[in-house]
Design a protein around this ligand. Structure first.
Ligand code: AMP
Ligand code: ZN
Length: 484
């Protein structure tokens, strides 16, 4: 039984989809004014893992993620770069998609852009004004938080109590555009030089929160199953989305609210762990990180920490994640080599890894526990003597299937025999002891021999490699050595 921690009720709950085995899932997307950093990536990768698991588990998932392509920050960036907000949004939307592909994050089923859904948003704002949940001030429209009793229930804030209490500006007699400090803009009157659209309240543009309410309603219908984002979005963004949708559509909104813990980075000066954010200027962009770290390693890092816990990023964690990934890859590669090159033993084992994996993942997506089960299985395989090739093959299949469900692509390595070092010494004067480097040197020597029409040498290399069941494959990306 799948259980999900629901931020709304602050507890794990049995997951029941609105309709059969279909799941409507909405995860707030980026504001496209810069490339995303690895903090953003942590949230997107976590939801990719969750989505992949739900699909693997047999659910039919519709995943919607918006792109916020009109916003103050985009306009500011356009002014800085002396271009239009439209150009900035277009450029960074494209780069966002590239970054997500590089991190092996699946494309959403629908990726609506705010600027293409303005009509939907205007309809929503109008419904809120008509219902008495919103008011108009000189071309701005604000949501009246006091008009909805449930305001604050997602984030656990009470409008009138404690530090988070807001001031009712009306009772204080203060003149302000907003009636209450907590009221928020649904529609903003146009300012000169900014993108704007016509509306019943004059030229203007939508507020940020309204787009997710409009798009989730349009593409998933209400109520839908899962709404996700980073925990920094609980207040005000998700609180506001929820209030708007419930009041405008007179319906439930998201049944399960899921929030990821923040990726943090240690401040060199203070030693404190801080949230990675653009405003603190302590960020590492995802594409820069991926120049140093394999995408699969970055994903392992996410898997090793529960999605709701903070994740402190640093070289030590990267090294641990890489070592863990290598352990899985080495096991799979060694087993594959043994299956192909030996007749195997006669011991068969029962493999019940899948059940343990499901048990861990069904418990609010406990990925680190699920990984732990995979490692325990690997330890068992490695310590079992005389394992049959059938059991080895079954082990390879299940490990690959589960890592695939996580979205981790395992690198297939050929297990080169020790003799390649001697061959590299013979043909390329190679003096090292790394087998992969030796193969590189041999391929280089062969390329040079072919260029110089030294066919005897080129053929000699091929023949010598074939003695060890190694074969040269020439591909458009260059030559490589594979097991024959
Ligand atoms: P933004 O473009 O700032 O709206 O962020 C896009 C997504 O990244 C949101 O779901 C945020 O909650 C999430 N996010 C931002 N900073 C971090 C962080 N340091 N760790 C994890 N998620 C983050
Ligand atoms: Zn949103």
């Amino acid at each position: 039984m799948l259980k999900i921690y629901n931020t709304q009720n602050r507890k794990k709950e049995e997951f029941k989809p609105v309709k059969d085995n279909k799941i409507g899932m909405y995860v707030c997307g980026p504001t496209v004014y810069n490339r995303i950093h690895i903090g953003n990536a942590r949230t997107f990768i976590s939801f990719d893992i969750i989505r992949r698991y739900l699909i693997w588990r047999g659910y039919d998932v519709i995943f919607v993620q918006n792109v916020t392509d009109v916003d103050d920050k985009i306009i500011a960036r356009a002014n800085e770069e002396n271009t239009t907000a439209e150009e900035i949004a277009k450029k960074y939307t494209q780069l966002f998609i590239e970054d997500m592909h590089a991190a092996n994050v699946l494309d959403p089923d629908v990726r609506p852009k705010a600027t293409q859904e303005i009509g939907e948003m205007i309809k929503l704002v109008k419904a809120l004004v008509d219902n008495g949940n919103a008011y108009v001030v000189d071309g701005d429209v604000y949501f009246d938080v006091r008009s909805y009793n449930g305001y604050g229930s997602l984030s656990g804030r009470d409008i009138d109590e404690g530090e988070s209490g807001h001031r009712d500006l009306r009772t204080e007699g203060i003149e302000d555009r907003k009636r209450d400090e907590a009221d928020f803009a649904l529609w903003k009157a146009a300012k000169p030089g900014e993108p704007s659209w016509g509306s019943p309240w004059g030229q203007g543009r939508p507020g940020w929160h309204i787009e997710c309410s409009a798009m989730s309603h349009k593409y998933l219908g209400l109520p839908f199953d899962i709404h996700g984002g980073g925990s920094d979005l609980i207040f005000p963004h998700h609180e506001n989305e929820r209030a708007q949708s419930i009041c405008a559509y007179d319906s439930g909104f998201a049944n399960y609210w899921m929030h990821t813990g923040m990726l943090q980075i240690t401040n060199d000066k203070t030693g404190d762990n801080e949230k990675m954010s653009k405003s603190l200027n302590n960020f590492v962009l995802l594409y820069e990180a991926l120049e140093q770290v394999r995408p699969a390693t970055l994903r392992m890092l996410s898997l090793q920490t529960h999605y709701r816990s903070p994740l402190v990023f640093g070289q030590k964690r990267i090294d641990e994640a890489e070592a863990a990934l290598k352990r899985i890859e080495n096991t799979v590669n060694t087993l594959n080599w043994e299956i192909n090159n030996t007749s195997g033993g006669d011991k068969d084992i029962d493999i019940n890894l899948k059940d343990k994996f499901i048990e861990a993942m069904d418990d609010d997506f406990n990925t680190s526990k699920a990984l732990g089960e995979i490692f325990a299985f690997i330890a068992e395989i490695n310590s079992t003597d005389n394992l049959s090739n059938a059991s080895k093959q079954a082990a390879v299949n299940i490990i690959k299937e589960l890592m695939d469900a996580f979205g981790v692509e395992l690198e297939q390595q050929v297990n080169y025999p020790d003799e390649v070092i001697e061959l590299a010494a013979k043909y390329a004067d190679f003096k090292g002891n790394d087998k992969t480097e030796a193969i590189e040197a041999i391929l280089q020597a062969r390329a040079e021999a072919r260029q110089n029409k030294n066919w005897d040498i080129a053929d000699g290399i091929r023949d010598d490699l074939s003695k060890f069941n190694l074969q040269i494959e020439d591909t458009p990306d260059g030559s490589r050595v594979v097991q024959s």
